[in-house]
Design a protein around this ligand. Structure first.
Ligand SMILES: Cc1cc2nc3c(=O)[nH]c(=O)nc-3n(C[C@H](O)[C@H](O)[C@H](O)COP(=O)(O)OP(=O)(O)OC[C@H]3O[C@@H](n4cnc5c(N)ncnc54)[C@H](O)[C@@H]3O)c2cc1C
Length: 391
């Protein structure tokens, strides 16, 4: 495998995963050619631009916690990394995840594990929740877990603009084009093929096409169970000041957090409506009146009087095997590297994923955080790494 200065990398997809991989390749000392192929330079429909852009350390899988901790550190130091004018609007107001009485024991064990891995998470009793967040009803609640530091939200578009601009400054080439196929020679991707007939020879190919990664990997004759699933975001005003309002994950399944002068929130559709949503960006309007609003008003009474301002839908890139990202080398195609399938937690994990991809290509192995548990081997063998805390 060519790891020399002359090696060339073609990255498929130029949003948050592709751009962080490109930028970190330069940071890791890779001096070869890097080309990022992006079909839509406006990024209108990419998951990154449509994301809720929040970061949590409350996960059930240690590797996800460590990826988040790296993301938190990265966001806190964004000005040192990208310059004093860099601003992604990062705030740390915590995730408050509510559970019923039947969840208390498992949730406390999860908090113990998260703390042991370095996360600053506390378990709150219903009384403690009511004292800290008096606008939340706790009658049916047994526990709330809260990220006291190291959890919050930011502006994903600003982050993408920063890392993409910085990658370009370091000589990364972004081209507009739709990848439609690949040339494979001797179990390696020898070239990436574009719809307009162009052929991009490569020593390494990085799959960072988000929700389209599963379909594109099929074009390589390989399996990757990543499917686009629609998630609707409702943006609304309510007669309640944001104050210390956290990213709230309710036991009903809804989530809500402050955004600007108002709030955003959502809920995943019922399983029988949660199909492959390729090319479908029509919001699930029914969910607002029938599910989201009633549940929200029950939990936060002031939300009874919310005023919907707009809705949009984006695609989660759901890894159907276990709802975790797929990072690292394919087991047969020796120069194909994945950075995809994050199933709704990709923006927060993009810095750690990009660094991992860059380490693999530039050094031949992970040199900081070991991302092996998220490798392709589990797709091949059907061995899930289950993530218990998913939304
Ligand atoms: C409603 C919603 C809320 C979310 N909330 C959060 C959150 O709070 N926190 C969090 O961390 N994550 C969240 N996510 C998930 C997060 O947005 C994604 O995990 C992340 O953006 C994935 O980044 P990506 O670069 O892999 O994919 P994308 O951003 O989709 O980028 C893939 C790129 O590949 C390009 N592409 C696709 N096919 C081709 C092709 N054939 N040729 C060339 N280019 C191609 C696309 O145009 C696109 O720009 C949310 C997602 C949604 C939809």
């Amino acid at each position: 495998m060519d790891k020399t200065d002359k090696a060339s990398v073609v990255i498929v997809g130029g949003a948050i995963m592709g751009s962080f991989a490109a930028w970190f390749l330069r940071r890791e000392g890779f001096t070869g050619d890097i080309t990022v192929v992006e079909k839509d330079p406006t990024y209108q429909f990419c998951s990154t631009a449509l994301s809720a852009a929040s970061i949590r350390t409350q996960f059930g899988t240690p590797v996800n916690i460590h990826m988040s901790l790296f993301g938190v550190d990265f966001f806190r130091n964004i000005k040192d990394i990208f310059g004093q004018s860099a601003d992604i609007g990062y705030v740390e107001k915590g995730y408050l995840i509510l559970g019923g009485p039947e969840t208390v024991e498992t949730r406390r064990l999860a908090v113990d594990m998260q703390k042991a891995e370095g996360a600053d998470v506390v378990a709150l009793s219903p009384d403690e929740i009511a004292a800290r967040f008096p606008y939340i009803s706790v009658e049916d609640i047994g526990i709330g877990t809260f990220g006291a530091t190291g959890e919050g939200w930011f502006d994903a578009w600003s982050l993408l603009s920063l890392v993409r601009g910085a990658a370009k400054d370091l000589g990364v080439r972004y081209i507009t084009g739709k990848v439609t196929g690949f040339d494979i020679v001797a179990s390696r991707v020898s070239a990436v093929l574009l719809e307009n007939g162009d052929r991009l020879p490569c020593d390494w190919c990085v799959m960072a096409a988000g929700p389209a990664s599963g379909a594109l990997t099929s074009a390589l004759g390989q399996a990757l169970p990543v499917t686009p699933k629609k998630r609707t975001v409702f943006s609304f005003r309510a007669p309640l000041k944001a104050g210390n309002f956290p990213m709230l994950f309710d036991s009903s399944g809804i989530w809500v957090r402050p955004e600007g002068e108002g709030f955003i929130g959502g809920i995943q559709p019922p399983a029988d409506q949660d199909h492959d949503a390729t090319d479908d960006f029509e919001p699930h309007h029914d969910l607002m009146e029938e599910v989201f609003w009633p549940a929200l008003a029950t939990r936060v009474n002031a939300m009874e009087e919310l005023r919907l301002e707009r809705s949009w839908a984006g695609h989660y890139e759901i890894n159907e095997l276990d709802h975790n990202g797929v990072i690292g080398l394919h087991d047969e195609i020796g120069n194909l590297v994945f950075s995809t399938g994050f199933s709704g937690h990709g923006v927060m994990h993009a810095p750690a994923a990009g660094r991992g991809v860059a380490e693999l290509i530039a050094h031949g192995n992970y040199t900081s955080l070991d991302l092996t548990p998220l490798g392709y081997h589990r797709i091949r063998t059907g061995s899930p790494l289950p993530e218990s805390i998913i939304y």
